[in-house]
Every structure is written in C-alpha cells, then in structure tokens.
Design a protein around this ligand. Structure first.
Ligand SMILES: [Mn+2]
Length: 358
C-alpha cells in the first residue's frame, strides 16, 4: 500500500509537494475544483464546510481541464519525487445538469468525456467523483477531537431547502431565479447515475482511466430534502453492479462508511477490497453514526484502523491511502500538523503490518 496526500487546489504548490514528500508520501491526489472561491465562510487552512450558501462559486463552465494544464500539474508533482494518483472531483460548473437532469445534460456528459480523455492522454489513472445533488453539506465545526482540536461533525439532520443555482454544495449560477431547486426522488437519482455510467465508463475504459465513486458524506437518506445515493454500505454494490467494469470503482471513504447506520466497517472493507474495487482509500476515523458523528484523530475513533489495514493487506490492496481530513492542531500550522500526525501514524502502521507478516 502507498501513502498519499489529498491537496486542495490552492495547495497545489511545490511547498506542499515537498511537505508531502517529507511526511513519507509517494503520491498526490489533486483537487482541481476550487471549493473556496468567493466563499463567505470557508477557511483556506481547513477542509471546506460552508454554510447555507454552500462552499463557494463553481468554476468556469467553458474551461475544461486541458491536457497542457494536467500535464504541467503532473510534471510539477513528479519533479518533487511524487506520483499523481488521481484527480478528485468534477467541477459542478462542468456537470451540474448531469446531477440535476437539466437541459445541458448531454453537452455536459460530453464535457466529462473530454476531461476523462485528457486525463488518459496525460497518464493520470483515476478520477474520483461524488454523484450527489446536495453534496457534502450539513456538517458543523467544533472542538470535537482529542484535546479540544477543531474537527468536523454532524449534530442533526440538515434539511434547509437547496436554492436554485446550487448543486453539490456550490453555486453554479449566481443569477438563477430565486426559489428552491426541484426535488428529485431516489429512483430518479439512480437513473441519472445509470446514464452517467453508461456514457462515461466506455470512454474511461478506452482512456485507461478509472472512475472512483465517493459515498455520500454525510451518509443520510436526504440532505436539504434531496435524495442521496450511497448512504448505506450495500448501496456501493448497487453502483458497481449497475455497470460492471474495471473502470467503475470506488473512492473508498472509511470515515463515511463508518458513519453509516447499517453494516459494520470491517465487513464493508472486506466485501469491496476482496472484489478489487478500491481505486484509492480515504483513510479517516470518526466517532458515532449519522446524524450525530464527529471526525477524530486517526487513532482515536470507532474504527480499528490496524484491523482495516490487515483486511486490505489480506485482499492484496496495493493502492493509495490518503488521510482525507484530519483535525486541526493547536499550533501555527494546524492543517500541516494534523496531516503530518495522520501520515506518520499511517506509515508506522503500515510498517508494523508488514513486519508482522514476514
Ligand atoms: Mn472521504
């Protein structure tokens, strides 16, 4: 197994690549969507949480990620002695009507095909995505983690209606007619996913790219009144079975899976790693279940992370683990300290697992 960092768009810099390398990482997962653009509440040094107005403004609908910018990103990461494992997330500006079943859907499916082909051209093996209408919304921040470290969690359901012009917790149309976005049903959402997979999986296969699905975070049946897709462990299987392919795989988020009310995390890890369906892993720990859970330090939550690593090893998972989110630590560099702590723990854990099996 390999260690990586997920870096937000504003962190895609030589300094952050060096920091990752210094922490023992070999890989980077890069976010190209700028979650923090024109945000009124997100802090640059932390994961985006946002408020009722979402995270921020989506990108430029007419600017798809080009081969040259993807190549430059990969070259910069390689120059720091690291590999680019994946791009994480599509920009709502490029696919809002795929999620919302809007009038631009067919054009936007073509957008996504172009992006996947561009990734393939450059040799970026994976694109993580989150097929979600309301997105990662409804979480709060507090001094929830050990020693009063600031972390993210959920303290009850979040059903404030989602306004027009918003999807995936970002604003894609600032000039949308005021009002509430049309509410979808769960069946409609699964049909939208089917269309997405049918259109993109063949293109991904040809391009040598893997589509990796993140579960819904937080995993509750609805957020802002909108249905969620993968909010119980067995629903991941439904997604895989909808379009079986080596290019249809999972961005396997341990924290989100452990937040779910059904199943248990070790069965989930066993079920999906045995099938070889883990493109990469968000290695994060939590305490509690939706709608009341908190993110924790890696060694301080409900999940026995060593047990998870043993299952992954037994099923020959050889991909990348990234810390996902970490609590903010009380010092001059709260994000860096949180990530370095998680990564150091992970590196030691991997070494101990390897030592035990020799
Ligand atoms: Mn995650």
């Amino acid at each position: 197994m390999k260690l990586g960092f997920g870096l937000y768009r504003h962190q895609l810099s030589k300094e952050h690549y060096q920091f990752a390398k210094q922490c023992g990482c070999t890989h980077i997962v890069a976010h190209l969507v700028d979650y923090f653009r024109s945000s009124r509440s997100n802090q640059l040094g932390d994961q985006p949480v946002g408020d009722d107005t979402g995270w921020g403004l989506a990108g430029d609908p007419d600017k798809l990620w080009t081969i040259s910018e993807l190549r430059a990103l990969k070259n910069d990461i390689n120059a720091a002695g690291l590999q680019l494992a994946a791009i994480e997330n599509f920009d709502p500006a490029h696919w809002h009507d795929v999620l919302l079943d809007g009038p631009l859907k067919l054009q936007q499916l073509e957008n996504l095909k172009t992006i996947i082909r561009n990734l393939g051209q450059v040799g970026i093996p994976t694109i993580g995505y989150n097929f979600s209408i309301a997105g990662v919304a409804g979480r709060v921040k507090g001094n929830f983690a050990r020693g009063g470290a600031e972390a993210v969690g959920m303290e009850g359901l979040y059903e404030t209606p989602m306004p027009n012009g918003m999807v995936w917790n970002m604003v894609y149309d600032r000039h949308a007619t005021p009002g509430i976005a049309r509410i979808a049903t769960h069946d409609q959402l699964w049909e939208r996913l089917r269309e997405f997979l049918d259109a993109l999986v063949p293109v991904a296969e040809e391009a040598g790219v893997t589509l990796a699905a993140h579960p819904d975070d937080p995993p509750v049946p609805t957020i802002r009144g909108q249905p969620r897709l993968v909010y119980q462990p067995h629903l991941y299987q439904r997604l895989l079975d909808m379009r079986p392919s080596t290019s249809n795989a999972l961005e396997f988020c341990l924290g989100t899976l452990a937040e779910m009310t059904e199943g248990n995390i070790y069965d989930s890890v066993e079920t999906y790693s045995r099938q070889g369906k883990l493109a990469y892993v968000h290695f994060r720990n939590i305490r509690g279940k939706v709608p009341f859970y908190k993110e924790t330090f890696i060694d301080d939550g409900d999940i026995d992370m060593l047990r998870v690593l043993r299952i992954l090893k037994a099923n020959k998972f050889d991909g990348v683990l990234v810390p996902d989110h970490a609590p903010q630590m009380s010092c001059a560099a709260p994000w860096h300290a949180g990530m370095a702590y998680a990564c150091g723990w992970m590196k030691a854990a991997l070494q101990s697992i390897d030592a035990l099996s020799q």
